[in-house]
Design a protein around this ligand. Structure first.
Ligand SMILES: Nc1nc2c(ncn2[C@@H]2O[C@H](COP(=O)(O)OP(=O)(O)O)[C@@H](O)[C@H]2O)c(=O)[nH]1
Ligand SMILES: [Mg+2]
Length: 277
């Protein structure tokens, strides 16, 4: 992308301080990521900062990910003997497994009270919805834009655990421009500060590389010999997104591509793969 994404607004630094304060009261940190971007969607600086605190990684939105890639990741994490789960709050995939995991780790603590699980992660991975799903009540506010969560409120889930929602925090720096763009594509960066057309072109480039049939099938277009921008043109034409004088409405076309991608309308896809073994 030509333009540098501004991903670290002031409220994130404040959120990070607030989380650190609450962290001392938690027994377990559940770090949520997005199953479509395993590893990349974790804030690794944040995880390093946890020190010896018990943590578990949960990749959410697994119903939007490529199940073959998820299976490969599961195999990878099992081999590494890591506490990593995949879940989906809409299909409830993996939810029971995580509930019983919390029950199991509760018994490893010396006290006899529910464990306190703080839920952290980058914006929009489904932290609030995850808590609502595990606590079976609508106490955590959700929304498909970053920065929806505010405040401190421990919620009782079962006899085994309490959960605390936290505002999403992105690392101050992305490892690469591609990783930043991927995270922006799955909705982790505030839309208002994105160059939507550049991001739509990035999405087209990425999807045609790994899942070309999803693009062809969804928009009934031909990719052969076309540049990414020409593909965007074709999509605008197919969807009738035109301005006066027949000019293409890139603003609406780009917004549509972002929304459809973010919400999984282009099919189940993953963009981070375990190394070949
Ligand atoms: N398909 C799917 N969508 C989800 C899932 N979890 C959350 N969402 C959606 O993702 C958006 C962000 O969820 P939210 O809980 O507010 O994310 P947070 O910013 O991490 O707290 C909302 O539109 C949710 O409906 C999931 O497991 N699967
Ligand atoms: Mg939230």
């Amino acid at each position: 992308m030509a333009e540098q994404i501004q991903w670290y607004p002031g409220h994130m630094a404040k959120a990070e301080r607030q989380i650190k304060k609450e962290m001392s009261k938690a027994d377990v940190v559940a770090v949520l990521g997005d199953a479509r971007a395993v590893d990349i969607s974790l804030n690794s600086d944040f995880i390093k900062g946890l020190g010896t605190k018990k943590n578990v990684v949960i990749y959410n939105k697994s119903s939007l990910a490529d199940s073959r890639v998820t299976a490969a990741w599961k195999k990878h994490f099992t081999a590494e003997n890591k506490d990593v789960f995949f879940s989906d709050c809409v299909t409830r995939e993996g939810i029971k497994e995580i509930e019983s995991y919390f029950g199991r780790i509760k018994s490893t603590f010396k006290f006899n009270r529910p464990i306190k699980v703080i839920v952290a992660g980058i914006p929009n991975v489904g932290k609030s919805m995850f808590i609502n799903t595990l606590c079976a009540r609508n106490s955590a506010k959700t929304g498909n834009t970053p920065g929806v969560t505010r405040g401190v409120n421990w919620i009782k889930g079962s006899e085994n655990y309490y959960m605390l929602d936290t505002p999403g925090v992105l690392p101050p720096k992305f490892s690469t421009q591609e990783e930043g763009s991927l995270l922006a594509s799955i909705g982790c960066v505030k839309e208002e500060i994105l160059d939507k057309t550049a991001l739509a072109v990035f999405i087209i480039d990425m999807v045609r590389k790994y899942y070309p049939d999803n693009l062809i099938g969804r928009y009934k277009i031909d990719l052969e010999g076309k540049s990414d921008v020409e593909v965007l043109d074709d999509i605008c034409v197919k969807r009738g997104l035109l301005l006066s004088g027949g000019r293409l409405d890139y603003a609406r076309g780009s917004k549509m591509i972002l929304d459809e991608f973010k919400n999984g309308r282009m099919g189940k896809m993953s963009f981070s793969f375990p190394d070949e073994q």
